[in-house]
Design a protein around this ligand. Structure first.
Ligand SMILES: *Cc1c(COP(=O)(O)O)cnc(C)c1O
Length: 452
């Protein structure tokens, strides 16, 4: 930490204490009282930013991966068939998240493709998905030549609203694909109950939810199969990488087989021919496994740190008018905080648009994002459903109704206009760094009129 920052921080803390007694509400402004002598000019208006220091960068390299990596490199045993590092990773990951079995894959996307294939999602099927997600969640459904049908989002939890699922089920629906988005667990008790009643399979997109908890289980172990990503931005990172997890041995044998060119695997496929089932190549390499084995060592400690800082932010941010932190869904016990989200209600900021709020926040030294937009109008969906294949698989009537349903996601639409995210690496910092975030938002709130 630079000396100037420390001095300034002490000053802010004492300024904060000085104004606290004068306030009648529970909300304590820090920058509102010009009597403190503290400049109230926003950084965007030429004032001093709350913060100029860098945040923790990501990913974080673990030096004890260097020797094993060099050894793999020199051995020439690079694919999983010529070593045991991928299986070692599968065992350790199963242990980490309390899963019976794991299949390592090349990416989160390939994990999802494997899961959908093995659970029988087929051409002409419909899959209920959350519209508030990374694009891969619906790309993989199109990859199966099925239709991703969106059920509206619960704005408080950012996850799929279970009450909006049943109205989207048709006689073509075969699966529900809930997403533990931003690390926030979806309402799995309700989702599993609906799936059971309608005889649907449940595939969890846990690609942002390593070590997130629902009840006493971890996300990814609650549905028929769970899928994880280890892409570079993710909490356990290897550049690219993924995993399918599950507890049904026959299904998991099929995942191993499918991801490895359809070669038979395990007791359930014993006695079958050389190429008994369709397959693909979605394999992880030994180099990815080496990085993952070293990254996994810090995962729990990192998760605890993020949780501690997130709970602190929850408590302080909710006191600022117009800032509404995420809520955990019923039954959820812990988020993974791939992102720290809240909703920004501009009414409380005299109508200051979210875009302007974010620009002001960045100028104060706080990185932030507006999150996902209404991606379903970007063109991808229309491109997919106007193909020859989709016109063969679905009636014109169904596709037209599908187009109309995209305009019936009011809660998701509102969330895409109000969400604000902080990045996971910011939560790996110290309490005083969280105070910078809080002070920056308070400062903008207090001085919002400068921006109107
Ligand atoms: C990252 C991610 C994926 C895809 O994972 P890749 O490893 O990038 O292929 C899928 N779904 C969600 C929600 C993700 O965040």
């Amino acid at each position: 930490m630079k000396k100037n920052d420390l001095t300034r921080r002490r000053f802010i803390v004492s300024a904060s204490a000085g104004t606290a007694g004068a306030m009648l509400t529970s909300y304590l402004p820090v920058f509102g009282n010009s009597g403190t002598g503290l400049t109230t000019a926003l950084a965007l208006k030429g004032g001093k930013p709350v913060r100029t220091r860098e945040w923790v960068s990501w990913p974080i390299w673990n030096p004890d991966a260097e020797a094993p990596m060099l050894s793999v490199l020199r051995s020439g045993n690079w694919w999983r068939g010529s070593g045991n590092l991928c299986s070692e990773f599968e065992e350790q990951y199963a242990e980490l998240i309390g899963a019976k079995r794991v299949v390592a894959t090349a990416s989160g996307t390939t994990a999802l493709i494997t899961a959908l294939h093995v659970l029988g999602v087929d051409a002409g099927d419909e899959v209920i998905v959350s519209p508030y997600t990374f694009i891969a969640t619906y790309n993989v459904v199109f990859n199966s030549k099925a239709l991703p049908v969106f059920a509206d989002t619960d704005q408080e939890t950012f996850t799929i609203n279970p009450h909006k699922i049943e109205e989207r089920i048709t006689d073509r629906t075969t699966a529900i694909l809930p997403v533990h988005i931003l690390g926030l667990p979806a309402d799995m008790n309700r989702i599993n109950a609906i799936a059971q009643e309608h005889q649907l399979v449940v595939i969890e997109d846990a690609c942002q939810a390593w070590l997130a908890e629902y009840g006493d289980k971890m996300c990814g172990t609650l549905g028929d199969l769970g899928c994880f990503s280890f892409q570079e931005s993710k909490h356990i990172a290897s550049g690219e990488g993924g995993a399918v997890v599950g507890s049904n041995d026959e299904v998991m044998d099929r995942c191993q087989a499918y991801h490895n060119c359809g070669r038979p695997y395990g007791a359930s496929m014993a006695g079958m021919g050389q190429n008994p089932v369709r397959g693909s190549n979605k394999r992880m390499t030994q180099m990815q496994a080496v990085i993952l084995l070293s990254q996994m060592k810090r995962a729990r400690a990192d998760a605890d740190k993020r949780l501690e800082n997130a709970l602190y932010l929850d408590a302080r941010l909710k006191e600022i008018p117009g800032i509404i932190p995420y809520k955990l869904s019923d039954g959820a016990t812990r988020s993974a905080y791939h992102l720290y989200p809240f909703r920004y209600k501009k009414e409380h900021f005299d109508g200051l648009p979210r875009e302007r709020f974010l620009t002001a926040l960045r100028a104060e030294g706080i990185p932030c994002s507006e999150g996902y937009g209404q991606q379903y109008f970007d063109g991808l969906i229309e491109e997919a459903i106007s193909t020859r294949g989709y016109k063969r698989l679905f009636s014109e009537q169904r596709l037209n109704r599908y187009r109309e349903e995209l305009h019936d996601l009011p809660d998701n639409d509102q969330l895409t206009r109000e969400a604000v995210w902080f990045y996971q690496n910011m939560l790996l910092s110290e309490r005083e760094d969280m105070d910078d975030i809080i002070h920056a938002i308070q400062k903008i709130y207090e001085n919002r009129k400068q921006l109107l």
